[in-house]
Design a protein around this ligand. Structure first.
Ligand SMILES: [Fe+2]
Length: 173
């Protein structure tokens, strides 16, 4: 069972960047809920991606993307919503906890994941837990699901930072 304190420990630094305490708490709850619904014993177990061999941990990818978006935000003069940006970066891939499962010692896409890819399942869970639409849009549109809709500036940043991390990792496989 994954507890709130486990999530707080893993994302300790990044969670502090969310100023709104209620929003921060909801981000923690989404991670906890996804981990437990997906039957993950610890957050350490979930892989970053099945598209790259030995891709490392999902939590490490999430931290790299969140730190990347923060660096970009710090360089911008536009009126970006940092709270939404950080919450969206921390949650963009949380749906992978519902998409992936371990079968015969290997990670695979489970039955639920075959129907609902992680951008959709993550957005659904975030909606259920009461995250604002600005964060849900970032989650839903971070991958190709968002190519046909208008991404917010915060969603554009997460979309690109996610692919920067993915493509760099892929180039080393
Ligand atoms: Fe990602």
């Amino acid at each position: 069972m994954v507890e709130k304190s486990d999530v707080e420990k893993v994302f300790f630094k990044e969670l502090q960047w969310i100023k709104d305490e209620v929003l921060r708490n909801k981000v923690i709850n989404v991670w906890k809920e996804a981990a437990n619904r997906g039957n993950w014993k610890t957050l350490d177990d979930a892989p970053f991606t099945l598209l790259i061999k030995d891709s490392g941990k999902l939590i490490d990818h999430t931290k790299r993307v969140t730190n990347l978006v923060k660096v970009i935000c710090d360089q911008r003069t536009e009126d970006l919503n940092l709270d939404f940006l950080i919450a969206g970066a921390l949650l963009h891939d949380v749906g992978k906890l519902l998409e992936y499962e371990k079968k015969d010692g290997e990670f695979v896409i489970g039955n639920f994941g075959k129907k609902f890819r992680h951008p959709f399942s993550g957005a659904l869970l975030a909606k259920e837990i009461g995250l604002p639409d600005g964060v849900i849009l970032i989650i839903y549109s971070h991958s190709y699901e968002g190519d046909r809709i208008k991404r917010s500036p915060e969603a554009i940043i997460v979309n690109h930072c996610d692919f920067i991390d993915f493509e760099i990792k892929k180039s080393f496989q």
